[in-house]
Design a protein around this ligand. Structure first.
Ligand SMILES: NC(=O)c1ccc[n+]([C@@H]2O[C@H](COP(=O)([O-])OP(=O)(O)OC[C@H]3O[C@@H](n4cnc5c(N)ncnc54)[C@H](O)[C@@H]3O)[C@@H](O)[C@H]2O)c1
Length: 319
């Protein structure tokens, strides 16, 4: 199978690429390395890595025309600066439109998309959230532009799957608390936690389901989530255990920011019904694998699309 992956140097894109390449599929990846790591994907025979942007419609059309993909896995996204609305709109909305249009023009068999749970807003009217919950991306430029991208996917007229995600983490995670906790603890610095609860899922577990979708399983909208959340403090404790720290700073507890949600629980029933081997790696194991990778290769990132968290990270980084 020929699979075109946008954001192939990112956490989800590279993890999906690893599985496809290991079983003999051919992969073309496009990435501009805005948040992707160059050491996530190794050069190999069946992989072509293009450095470029999905905003460049001419480049996308050329690549589709040359490669003629059977399936497109569209993971590329902009989120790292919550004030940079222009880049979010360009990459997530215009880039999403370019990918959807190219899929239609070149008669791609299936387009797979990844949506943020923040498309439901920060105050969902159901818990757990059902797939028909109203879409209300009022909280961030990221959520607004990702929703436009999802709309283009659904507008494309080709067969599509969209995974609305809980928090996806692992050794290639560059956003949110996991790399921040590791980075700060490894320098002996204090961290902060909020009372928020999150459903942390392993990127490897998601990638196995994405490959089933690439093979034609399922169709339409899914929640990729375990359906259970944990306090952010529990993630902190997992990192501390994985780093085998005996002496570490107690995290400061800060209130939730205005653009943050106390808990986002997604109902995963449809995912369990349509896919097989849907598993959820325990938090301690995710933290262990992540710490192992970062001790070897170093940690990067700690990006967040949340304004308040970003202000805190910036202040902490200076301190
Ligand atoms: N990780 C999560 O918790 C989470 C939650 C909800 C939704 N998502 C969505 O899942 C997808 C994958 O997330 P991830 O965790 O792998 O993030 P990631 O940052 O690791 O991967 C995104 C990749 O897109 C690349 N990229 C950014 N702008 C680009 C552009 N203009 N052209 C080409 N490539 C570009 C980045 O360099 C990066 O490699 C994204 O679409 C994201 O919005 C992720």
């Amino acid at each position: 199978m020929k699979v075109f992956i946008t954001g192939g140097a990112g956490q989800v894109g590279s993890t999906v690429a690893d599985i496809l390449l290991a079983r003999g599929d051919t992969v073309v990846s496009i990435d501009n390395f805005a948040t992707g790591r160059r050491d996530n994907l190794n050069d190999q025979r069946d992989l072509t890595q293009v450095e470029g942007s999905i905003v460049d419609a001419h480049l996308i059309d050329q690549l589709f025309s040359d490669f003629k993909p059977d399936v497109v896995v569209h993971t590329a996204a902009s989120y790292k600066d919550p004030e940079d609305w222009g880049t979010d709109a360009l990459v997530n909305a215009v880039g999403g439109a370019n990918i959807a249009k190219a899929c239609k023009t070149h008669k791609v068999g299936r387009l797979i998309y990844f949506q943020t749970a923040l498309c439901y807003g920060t105050k969902p009217v159901q818990q757990p959230i059902q797939l028909d919950h109203p879409i209300n991306p009022v909280n961030s430029s990221y959520a607004i532009s990702k929703t436009a991208g999802e709309n283009y996917v659904q507008f494309s007229g080709i067969d599509w799957v969209t995974f609305r995600l809980a928090n996806v983490i692992g050794p290639r995670n560059v956003s949110g608390p996991l790399p921040i906790f590791y980075g700060r603890l490894s320098e002996g610095k204090k961290c902060f936690v909020t009372p928020a609860r999150r459903d942390f899922c392993f990127a490897g577990d998601l990638a196995r389901v994405v490959v089933q979708a690439a093979d034609g399983k399922g169709g339409g909208t899914y929640h990729f989530s375990s359906g259970k959340d944990v306090a952010i403090r529990e993630l902190y404790d997992s990192v501390v255990r994985a780093m085998k720290l005996n002496d570490y700073p107690e995290p400061e507890v800060k209130p939730l920011g205005p653009d943050d949600a106390p808990s986002i629980l997604l109902d995963p029933s449809r995912t369990f019904a349509d896919f097989t081997d849907v598993t959820f790696t325990p938090l301690d194991e995710i933290a262990r694998l992540s710490v192992e990778r970062w001790e070897r290769d170093g940690v990067v990132g700690g990006y967040t699309h949340l304004k308040e968290a970003r202000a805190d990270i910036n202040t902490a980084a200076k301190g």
